[in-house]
Design a protein around this ligand. Sequence first.
Ligand SMILES: Cc1cc2nc3c(=O)[nH]c(=O)nc-3n(C[C@H](O)[C@H](O)[C@H](O)COP(=O)(O)OP(=O)(O)OC[C@H]3O[C@@H](n4cnc5c(N)ncnc54)[C@H](O)[C@@H]3O)c2cc1C
Length: 387
Amino acid sequence: MNESPSRPLTQLSEDEEMLRDQVRQFAESEIRPLVSKMDKDAQIPRELINKCFELGIMGIEIPDRFGGTGATFFMSVLVVEELARVDASIAVLVDVQNTLVNNALLRFANDEQRARYFPKLASEWVGAYALSEAGAGSDAFALACRAEDKGDHYQLTGRKLWITNAGEAELFIVMATVDPRKGYKGITAFLVERSFPGFSVGKKEDKLGIRASSTAELILEGCPVPKHNVMGEVGKGYKIAIETLNEGRIGIGAQMVGVAQGALEHGLKYSQERVQFGKPIADFQAVQFLLAELATETEASRLLTYNAARRKDAGQDFIKEAAMAKLFSARAAEHVTSKVIEVYGGYGFTKDYPVEKYFRDQKVGHIYEGTSNMQLMVIAKQILGKM
Ligand SMILES: Cc1cc2nc3c(=O)[nH]c(=O)nc-3n(C[C@H](O)[C@H](O)[C@H](O)COP(=O)(O)OP(=O)(O)OC[C@H]3O[C@@H](n4cnc5c(N)ncnc54)[C@H](O)[C@@H]3O)c2cc1C
């Protein structure tokens, strides 16, 4: 037998390890000191976003000829996990940029569109991905945003809701229908620049968690979009939406792994410092067992997430694995962050300590890029062979 020994899922290549360490150091030194203020202000400072660009983590998969890092999808996942360990808001900003916006352009934009937008997305432009509307959430293809053919351009009219990065973004992938009578087959993807006339960003949501990440409404009032800004084929936007979200949810899995890991590390440290009954609470078996359970759940969600990401990079089927990774990681993060608050006792319930923020930040993992019920539907379809 001269088969090469199989590689453990969590074993990182030299490049992966280097990137992980770089991002960890950045997160510890540049982000950690700002976390509480960003949460209070509900804002990520532009300088911090600029540093993400300088570090190359806003264009991880963008080919180097366009100024990107030219790395893998798995590397995006590693970066999102590391950022979320410290702050889930900056993690989702980077996640949407890489796993939704850049990823969609990589797969569906034409050469001219890539040449026009990738150098900007790798160096200064934040991107956003606009599918949801007030009346179209889980049922995303019920969207009502209209795109009327006006000869040399489309005119977009409607509203988008819940758009991550809307506060900072310069480029928006907007899903709109060219013909509502065609149902999902009318949906088309448009590349909309913030400066286009008739485009504006509306109300910013005041949220429970990931407060520093901007989530806002988009308003399109007869916004003209040149025909050369249609991404992919007219009427094939539904395919772009489904396929990018299938991949994007691995990034949300990674965000939840990072949130769980960050909270767990606080719990491990605090339990060895806090003394009750004359000894550190970590000396009590009940606390030890709890921490062991939480570490196991965190590791299991990491394995599911890494597996889904590595399968995607290897060109293997990953849809079921991605849905499982997101579903399980969101549940694990919910449990881990909740229990770490208990490890802290009363202190954990206050804003003077960092763990209540992890608890608030995890909740969205059950909601965006497909609610947990939607993940169960995807998994069920896959295992019952109903695709
Ligand atoms: C902070 C934040 C950021 C977001 N960022 C973006 C973004 O950048 N771009 C974007 O396009 N969208 C974004 N979203 C929107 C997000 O994707 C939607 O909120 C999500 O898809 C759920 O839609 P909904 O809120 O309308 O809930 P609904 O679809 O109304 O769901 C409500 C509940 O009903 C359940 N439900 C619905 N239908 C079914 C069914 N058939 N079977 C079983 N249960 C069902 C759901 O699971 C859920 O529990 C964001 C949302 C949030 C909160």
